[in-house]
Ligand binder design. Structure first.
Ligand code: FMN
Length: 368
């Protein structure tokens, strides 16, 4: 299975399966001299960790990250950083029934068609356990960003669960970490809580979600035109996350319904002597290059495929069957996808900060 790596200069390779002994990421290209300790990465792992509350999967993994290389006396050395997370709460027997069956909505059928062999325990390599390794690589990226562009802040949150959207007039970044849903609207979080409890317990069903990830304080000028666009890499980063079916930058798909007068963000000189914009329909990127505004990416995740309701499928021998998924699952994968989206944003922003050094050597056009 080729292509397990992501990024240009800041590049990570993930390895491991859901029910193997461990999984992790090998990070290549982190600059030397960045202060790095396991606890700095662990804080982000703890946001994604399963079993945190009743609204996520009950698989109970501590997701303790170990740094095996690339750090000496608390600082990165510039050599590959090996990050390892042990799997401790596998229940492979839950998956015995699906060894010869394809679960609808899962990668069982395509892995079999392509490779002719698969580790079916917990979905093997297709499991979202893989995203733990990305969050670890993102934790390293955050520390390296601090050293290069200390004003950058990266924050993700859910804006929609099923058909239930947040009310943007009630949006409050301080609320995001106060509820189970990383929801910036406290009222919506309460409603989602009741809805998801009913969906999980009574309806034996699941639901999709939309996650927004914002990078604030990114300097103008990172990214590149044509094939090196910042938005190209962000779209690839988010689309590579399990269950993601749509990615938007700024106004995204809704831009199609706007007129040119409504959509083009007007430019004026701000009080700080820097260009400012009347709005941010562009999502902080013009021509593939950051404007200095918030970079805004949104992605949609599909509803969890593993549900307690029977779904029609086939066995490997082609005979029909029904699958009712046992095992422990997220009723809405959008919740734990929030820290994963943040991690991917951090990796792309760091990658482009590093690329920018080589692309321009610090040259900038003067305004004002
Ligand atoms: C953080 C996260 C957690 C997930 N948890 C589950 C889960 O518990 N059960 C499930 O059926 N799918 C879950 N998924 C989605 C599956 O991994 C994914 O749908 C499956 O591997 C097929 O890949 P695809 O949807 O990208 O095509 C999760 C996804 C993410 C991002």
């Amino acid at each position: 299975m080729s292509i397990n790596s992501f990024g240009h200069l800041y590049r990570f390779t993930t390895w491991g399966e859901s029910h193997g002994p461990a999984l992790g990421a090998t990070v290549d290209g982190c600059p030397p001299g960045v202060p790095l300790q396991e606890a700095m990465i662990q804080q982000w792992m703890d946001k994604r960790r399963p079993g945190l509350n009743k609204n996520t999967t009950q698989r109970n993994e501590p997701d303790a990250v170990k740094i095996l290389s690339g750090v000496f006396e608390g600082k990165t050395t510039g050599t590959p950083i090996q990050l390892m997370i042990e799997n401790t709460d596998q229940r492979s027997k839950d998956y015995g029934d699906i060894a010869n069956t394809f679960r609808p909505g899962h990668a069982d059928i395509t892995y079999h068609q392509k490779y002719g062999i698969r580790d079916y325990r917990g979905g093997g390599r297709s499991s979202a356990r893989e995203t733990a390794a990305r969050v670890a690589a993102g934790g390293v990226a955050r520390e390296a960003i601090k050293a290069i562009a200390p004003n950058v802040q990266i924050k993700g949150y859910m804006t929609q669960m099923g058909a239930k959207q947040i009310d943007r007039s009630r949006m409050d970044w301080d609320q995001i970490d106060q509820n189970d849903f990383f929801c910036p609207d406290a009222e919506a979080a309460k409603e989602w809580n009741d809805y998801l409890a009913w969906l999980r317990k009574d309806d034996h069903n699941s639901v999709g979600a939309i996650i927004e990830v914002v990078a604030r304080g990114v300097p103008a000028g990172i990214g590149a035109p044509v094939y090196g666009k910042l938005d190209t890499d962000l779209a690839a980063a988010m689309m590579s996350i399990n269950a993601v079916k749509g990615v938007e930058i700024g106004e995204g798909m809704a831009a199609a319904a706007l007129t040119g007068r409504e959509n083009a963000d007007e430019i004026f000189m701000g009080n700080d002597g820097q260009p400012a914009y009347s709005s941010n329909h562009a999502g902080g990127i013009l021509g593939g290059i950051s404007t200095g505004q918030d970079i805004v990416v949104r992605f949609a995740v599909k509803p969890t495929s593993s549900i307690l309701s029977p779904r029609k499928s086939i066995r490997m021998d082609g005979t029909p069957t029904e699958v009712t998924t046992k095992g422990r699952h997220d009723p809405c994968v959008g919740i734990r996808a929030v820290p994963v989206g943040e991690a991917m944003m951090a990796c792309v922003i760091l990658d482009h900060l590093l690329l920018d050094r080589g692309q321009t050597g610090g040259v900038r056009g003067k305004i004002g």
